[in-house]
Design a protein around this ligand. Sequence first.
Ligand code: FPP
Ligand code: MG
Ligand code: MG
Length: 384
Amino acid sequence: STHSSVTIDPLRIVGNELKFLSKNIRQLLGSGHPILDTVAKYYTQSEGKHVRPLLVLLMSRATANTAKQPRHSQLELSQSAINTPISSPAVLYDNNPDQIASPLIDANDSKYAFAGDASILPAQRRLAEITELIHTASLLHDDVIDLSETRRGEPSANTTFGNKMAVLAGDFLLGRASVALARLRDPEVIELLATVIANLVEGEFMQLKNTAMDEKNPRWSEDTISYYLQKTYLKSASLISKSCRAAALLGECSPSVVEAAYSYGRNLGLAFQLVDDMLDYTISGAELGKPSGADLELGLATAPLLFAWRSRPELGKLVGRRFAEEGDVQQARDIVLQSDGLEQTRALAQEYCEKAISAIQILPAGEAREGLEDMCTKVMKRRK
Ligand code: FPP
Ligand code: MG
Ligand code: MG
């Protein structure tokens, strides 16, 4: 055969784990109010890519066989606490979830979604679910802010249920994510993921109102790019980097492994969003499953345009009025496509991917590390 080696499929490495993810998440989202229950679970039914949980699970496996550095003595407590159901059918009458009298779920009971990969701790598995909950909450709110009518090829939650219910459902997801997080009984991990929630809002604010430029008379400067990258870190890379870090902390890894996990997530997260901003220019809405060309329509100048702007100063006045006048969106789009903005964006994403790969070279070689490396290739090749 001309095929050289077996390809590593990250989805296969932790595929068994992922199979149970959506079911577990739906369990975390049970509400006694039937409509809230439906709205909260709405995005768990569509075909998400589960990038963040996948990364947490791969990182958990990739760091499993590194030297351990015990952090606290209450691990047993957290192991049982995370398996206690967070919602009960009687949740409407529930004053304090800790007082729910229900038997602990036996993690080895096949009825419970335990996929059996011994190198992944129950707390890390729960962390993976929490990252998807926080991400999904941000999508519920994002689609309201962006007036998006589609998500993953289906009508968005705000389209289907209206803005009020979509916003409230997002808040509910954050509440349940917080309960699940608290039950990990790990203050450092709680602090990391709580910071992520704040960071998402900070990133969204930076995008809403650019404080690094004179919006009346915008001019390109190096600050233009650094502001964009800071925003991008907060909006997209914070969740990935801090959850990779949290996975290593839960695995009681040494400080250098914790840093490596964080650096991998930070660099991959930045690459991921750079590619996302590129796809908004290059892929149709039908293929993306969400509106394409949406950023310019929303008045947003992302990496491809910011790089184009450097050599095309006439973009400044369009940026200043947020592409709001007749023909602005088309004109800006044409200039970006004629420039090397997309190419520069791809090159920067590629650089971050290489940094991500180099960060994890201190981890033991093997299938899980290769899975993490392959995620970098996949990010560069993705079309949705
Ligand atoms: C998608 O970006 C949105 C985000 C990555 C984060 C949005 C954050 C908020 C709305 C703040 C509130 C946060 C929480 C946790 C409730 P996009 O609009 O560029 O991507 P899209 O094309 O997928 O819509
Ligand atoms: Mg948005
Ligand atoms: Mg959006």
